[in-house]
Design a protein around this ligand. Sequence first.
Ligand SMILES: NC(=O)c1ccc[n+]([C@@H]2O[C@H](COP(=O)([O-])OP(=O)(O)OC[C@H]3O[C@@H](n4cnc5c(N)ncnc54)[C@H](OP(=O)(O)O)[C@@H]3O)[C@@H](O)[C@H]2O)c1
Length: 252
Amino acid sequence: MYYFVTGGSRGIGAGIVEYAARRGHHVAFTYVANAEAAERSKQAALAAAKQAGHEVEIRHYQLDVKDADRVEVVADQVLEDFDTMEVIVNCAGVNRDNLMVAMSNDEWREVLATNLDGPFYVCRQFLQTLMANRFGRIINISSIQHEGGSGQANYAAAKAGLHGLTKTLAKEYGRRGITANVVVPGFFDTDMTRETMPQANKDYWKQYCPMPKGRMGKVDELAAVVDFLASEGGAFVNGEVINVTGGLGWTV
Ligand SMILES: NC(=O)c1ccc[n+]([C@@H]2O[C@H](COP(=O)([O-])OP(=O)(O)OC[C@H]3O[C@@H](n4cnc5c(N)ncnc54)[C@H](OP(=O)(O)O)[C@@H]3O)[C@@H](O)[C@H]2O)c1
């Protein structure tokens, strides 16, 4: 199959790219600033595919998902390079945490624009192709903070909005063979959580996550769920919110 993954240079997105390649899928993925990480992600995916005996096409594209015009340009380029697209994974995301009383307009806009406007632009752009093919799998990466999290009014609002967007896609395009689902990660060891996750949340997770030693998730464990949703086995799952949290759905 043909995957388009935003934010595939690092963290969960890079895990999804590598997992898809290992399963023999072709992948177009994006990064915003970190070209070196994008190249590392591409090489890791190519190596994984090779080791699994697959020959796949992996390409990366610079894209700020906040920029609707650039989304159009990159999507056109991707379709020229790959001829088609089937699985759209919106994974690019940022957080700019602050208590709401102190949250600036820029902190609010940056997170809403990246985590919600971006997926809207990307989905809208690829819908024509998915509709023409009468096949598509849209998978949007949310967060357990979609239910609200202290210091994350912007992030929680964007992720909650992503659920509404996804469920609407499921209803509008299900009859055309396109499914849309949300995957909710718990805590995974990535740059985002290493750099910005409050210690209180880390402690809470370790104490209460019902997994051995309160461990965090591994990106492969998230990528495997994305792979399932994109596969034949996931064909009748539509408009759902799938938690991949190790069993803990709430943080401070
Ligand atoms: N890690 C977790 O535990 C966790 C938990 C819940 C939800 N999530 C969600 O999972 C997704 C991935 O998180 P992560 O932890 O893997 O994050 P990460 O390690 O910080 O990686 C973020 C990725 O998004 C890209 N990106 C950032 N801003 C962008 C923009 N404006 N346009 C396009 N790409 C952009 C980055 O590209 P560059 O490399 O070029 O900077 C990078 O590839 C996010 O949506 C996040 O909200 C993560």
